[in-house]
Design a protein around this ligand. Structure first.
Ligand code: MN
Length: 286
């Protein structure tokens, strides 16, 4: 079983724009290369929004040097970007945006969700790109719920949706630059299951709801983040009731990381250049 390196509590919630009350469960600034190739993960909600005729969310802003992965659990998110793509995603759907050489985008609640109000929950994960791919063209993948294979775990332990990478014979639909696994896992109580993770991958488990016992020893509650060793086989999970987890693993990118606001580069000089490029309009227009 993989050794547990640390169990971290989420900091206080903060608002991203006026649409996303988030807790940052994973951060390069705190966890460094232990979470490479992942940079950041914000868990928004669950939060109840009253109906409104206003737009709720974040207006036009840039990104460069990495990818954003938005997973919706409840509510609807609308995205538009400077490549001209966009769309609305709902529960179970995923937006995968490659910022790479630079992009502008907007992230709002969908007009229909804003009008009706309701419960809202999503996750946004930032995935780093290696230096050689930071200059790739920006892009956008919509991964609808129906395209994402769901694996039924042994002994009625629960289900695992493969958003990226693979688990068992299930292959996720996301195209990625480096090898990663993103698994949306739901567990039922008192049914232990062992998940196999590739040797050498960093491994992070986020408990979004419920509580889980890891490797038969550590009990981990809601909004906590577990970092595990890069080697040592699989991890054993046993929920103490219904639980919702996100399991992230990836081949670490062994390069310096300078993450500053919406830009993730290798050096401070590249961050400074990204700011100048954004200011002179090099990321296109909306
Ligand atoms: Mn953004």
């Amino acid at each position: 079983m993989r050794q547990i390196l640390g169990i971290h509590n989420a900091p206080q919630a903060h608002w991203v724009g006026d649409g996303f009350p988030v807790r940052t469960l994973l951060s390069h600034h705190e966890h460094g290369q232990q979470v490479s190739p992942f940079i950041m993960l914000d868990h928004a909600g669950p939060y109840h929004f009253e109906p409104t005729t206003q737009r709720r969310g974040v207006g036009t802003h840039p990104h460069k040097g990495f990818e954003t992965v938005t997973i919706v659990y409840e509510g609807e998110v609308e995205h538009r970007d400077s490549t001209g793509t966009g769309g609305v995603i709902g529960p179970g759907d995923v937006q995968w945006m490659t910022a790479a050489s630079g992009i502008l985008h907007q992230e709002y609640h969908s007009p229909a969700f804003a009008r009706e109000g309701g419960d809202f929950e999503m996750v946004q994960l930032w995935v780093n790109l290696p230096a050689k791919d930071k200059s790739a063209s920006p892009g956008y993948q919509t991964l609808m719920n129906a395209q994402i294979p769901q694996r039924v775990l042994p002994d009625g332990a629960g289900t695992l949706r493969v958003i990226a990478g693979e688990s068992g014979t299930a292959q996720g639909p996301a195209k990625t630059f480096t090898p990663i696994n993103i698994w949306d896992v739901r567990l039922h109580g008192q049914k232990p299951v062992t998940l196999d993770v590739p040797e050498g991958h960093t491994l992070t488990i986020l408990v979004l709801a419920g509580s889980v016992k890891l490797n038969g020893q550590e009990s981990v509650g809601q909004s906590r983040t577990v970092l595990l060793a890069r080697q040592g086989g699989g991890v054993m999970l046993e929920a103490e009731g219904e639980a919702k987890l996100l399991v992230l693993s990836g081949e670490p990118i062994d390069e310096p990381v300078v993450a500053h606001g919406p830009f993730v580069m290798n050096t401070h000089e590249e961050i400074r250049q990204a700011m100048l490029d954004f200011q002179r309009g090099a990321f296109g227009s909306m």
